[in-house]
Design a protein around this ligand. Structure first.
Ligand code: ADP
Ligand code: MG
Length: 310
């Protein structure tokens, strides 16, 4: 199988998006863009041995590579539309490619995003995806918009993916749900859309809550107070915290791909109304403050807060 057969076989899915004028197969892709819209685009690379181990299977790798890219579009409040896939493969393994391609296609179909091009080379396993989305002009949720008094929120639970990772590295068995959170994160695109026009700032939690919320605070030139007791932890991590008083996984563990965002008080009701239409839990964990820095309230005296991830 040569490079062109490989592309035709595994990466040339039919698309129903009528805005694609030229897709896979030419020198570059061409898509129509409405004049009322802006493009929003982002790239992320996953490299074997750096971002995932050789133990991780092709379905998980494909899912995660696309999901983390979609998550960036979600964090901007955008609609994900197209992506390109630059794949470096050590060899042509058809079984591996079949699994990889079908998993990526599944996620792409779920979020109605089309693969419009890419590049295929021989080399160490690495996956680079460039995702392109659209936004109404001027509506992007940036990191820089938070103001004192805004509520600070996160979606779903935090620390679940990192706790699964920690368990895997400590000879413990993660729950099925948490393993899924680690290997198959769900990009919060619906939530990002719902926050459009409501949130004042937004980021996806990829490196840990403390660090990622810190980016919002730095970019917005504000601070925040959050309460440890308000952090939405899943049952397993919550038990662990009760036993150990160790909040490092919850605060500093990455890979959640949940959204962390700020919402002005006057928008709170709108937020709750919009959330009725989508199936996601959000939790207020604190408030934006004028004084700089992140204050974390609620450590117990024996807290061994950050031991693992700092
Ligand atoms: P070029 O030499 O112009 O870069 P290529 O031979 O690399 O073209 O690619 C041929 C076509 O296949 C292009 O349209 C490219 O976008 C697409 N393509 C290459 N690799 C992939 C891939 N892994 N996934 C999707 N499309 C791909
Ligand atoms: Mg090429």
């Amino acid at each position: 199988m040569n490079e062109f057969d490989l592309i035709r076989e595994y990466f040339n899915w039919p698309s129903t998006d009528s805005n694609i004028v030229v897709g896979v197969g030419d020198d570059a892709a061409v898509v129509n863009v409405a004049t009322s819209q802006q493009l929003v685009t982002s790239t992320d690379t996953l490299i074997e041995g750096v971002h995932f181990s050789s133990q991780v299977g092709p379905r998980d790798i494909a899912h995660k590579a696309l999901a983390v890219n979609l998550s960036d579009i979600a964090a901007m409040g955008g609609r994900a539309k197209y992506f390109t896939l630059a794949l470096s493969l050590p060899k042509i393994d058809e079984h591996w490619l079949g699994e990889f391609s079908s998993s990526m296609k599944q996620l792409a179909e779920r979020f109605k995003i089309s693969l419009v091009g890419g590049d295929t080379t021989k080399g160490p396993l690495s996956i680079t995806i460039n995702v392109i989305g659209t936004l109404e002009i001027g509506s992007a949720l940036q990191r820089s918009g938070a103001s004192p008094g805004d509520g600070v929120y996160v979606s779903n639970t935090i620390g679940s993916a990192a706790y699964a990772w920690w368990q895997l590295n400590n000879n413990q068995k993660p729950s099925k749900g948490n393993l899924e959170k680690l290997n198959r994160p769900i990009p919060r695109l619906e939530l990002g859309r719902a926050l459009n026009g409501i949130a004042s700032a937004c980021i996806d939690v990829s490196d840990g809550l403390e660090q990622d919320l810190g980016h919002i605070l730095d970019c917005s030139n504000v601070g925040a107070i959050i309460e440890l007791a308000d952090l939405p932890l899943d049952e397993e991590l919550s038990d662990y915290v009760k036993r150990t008083s160790d909040y490092s996984i919850a605060l500093c563990g990455g890979d959640d791909y949940e959204l962390c965002f700020s919402v002005p008080k006057r928008q709170r009701e709108w937020l709750l109304k919009r959330l009725q239409e989508i199936d996601i839990r959000i939790t207020q964990i604190g408030e934006i403050t004028k004084s700089l820095g992140l204050e974390i309230k609620g450590y117990s005296n024996n807290s061994s807060s950050y031991q693992h991830f700092r």
